[in-house]
Design a protein around this ligand. Sequence first.
Ligand code: 13P
Length: 229
Amino acid sequence: MIFAGNFKTNHTRVSTKRYIEDLNKKIEYAPTEHSIYIFPPLMAIDNYETSATIGVQNAYPAENGAFTGEIGLEQLEEFKIKTILIGHSERREHLRESQDIVSSKFNFFKENGFEIIYCIGEPLEIRDMGDDEVMRYLSAQFEGIDINYENLIIAYEPIWAIGTGRSATVEEISSTHKSLKEIVNKPLLYGGSAKPSNIQDIIAIDGVDGVLVGSASLSVNSFYEMINS
Ligand code: 13P
């Protein structure tokens, strides 16, 4: 199973360092066969020693250059970062990332051999229209994306379940993951209010290969409780 923690705009360099040290201690005490990923804010990226994979939540698709406020490949290479989240609904929505922007990021980081966790998800009004509409919406988020890329993980995150405390139901996750697996044969994570109290139900679902966790990953105890469940 894959357990990925997306800190979003939470934690500092100091608290991220402490978090990773605490996580290391827990893993050392009780080694896990699961794959763990942490996505701290860019300001907290550093040379951490850990068996968890450290990735970034975003970067600009250029090696370097005149892109004020952005970071590119050169800055990631300094910290040997080779994993990136692309297509998160918060970037699509708040940062106005169109499918064109998302796919150009995808192609750039693919060309540079990054492991990509590619996020897709539908808003509530689409979910309310039924499964066919959901799949039409999600399929459009694969436009311009090489779904056969060898270093690709998909994260299905229904927007209405993100940060709301209301996870998708087992039936919703199960049917959507089943349909997605027919389109893309890659590890498939679920994200959206995954937490210690529902993690066992979620990872027991056929077609779920792991979780991408926001709020419940912010505390190392809660995140580790999920991994250890
Ligand atoms: P929450 O776990 O806070 O709902 O966030 C999910 C998410 O967006 C992870 O990328």
